[in-house]
Design a protein around this ligand. Sequence first.
Ligand code: ATP
Ligand code: MG
Length: 197
Amino acid sequence: MRQELNSGKSIGILGGTFDPIHLGHLHILEALATRFDRIMVIPTGNPYMRTSAPVASGNDRLEMASVALDDLSSDLQEKVMVLDIEVRRDGPSYSVDTLGQLSGFFPRDKFTLILGSDAAASFDSWKRAADIKKSAGILVVSRPGDIRSAFDEIAIDALDISSTQVRAAIAQGKSLDSLLSPSVARYIQERGLYASK
Ligand code: ATP
Ligand code: MG
């Protein structure tokens, strides 16, 4: 086996609802690209931590994440992939299950969960949080706002954008140029998602 295939790779995992994926998410990929051999973007199926269901379907959230990659540099496109394993799985999306599945596929690789401060702040209430910490690294990026986690956080000049804010901007017909990458904006417009006109 070639050395390249034989040695473990370092893989970052960016999970989220991505309802929709926005420039703040893409900025994370750009900022952390050099730290990983590969970054997997994994939209959740049924995000159990949330009080309300996602607005867009799993398929649309997956598709938006995929088309967003078209707007990245070609170097980054080679490194980033979108996985449908949580959207395809029945029941709530637990990260511990996703990590179990991925380490089954890629037993030699080392996985690191990438979290924003707000997601990291609730990490201890995730299903089998202690097991997640044993099987994966955790990398927390500071996100604008008041929430800080108990983890060490790295500053990446994160953008002050949330999907909640994006959905509101779409419904109000505001400009999306500073919030969404062009392919995602087009996808939303063409399908009339989030009550876009
Ligand atoms: P919502 O408003 O619907 O909660 P969101 O913008 O928080 O959407 P999520 O899909 O919930 O997006 O976030 C996925 C992951 O990305 C989480 O770990 C979250 O903390 C992180 N994240 C989201 N937006 C940013 C941002 N602007 N800067 C840094 N991290 C972010
Ligand atoms: Mg969020």
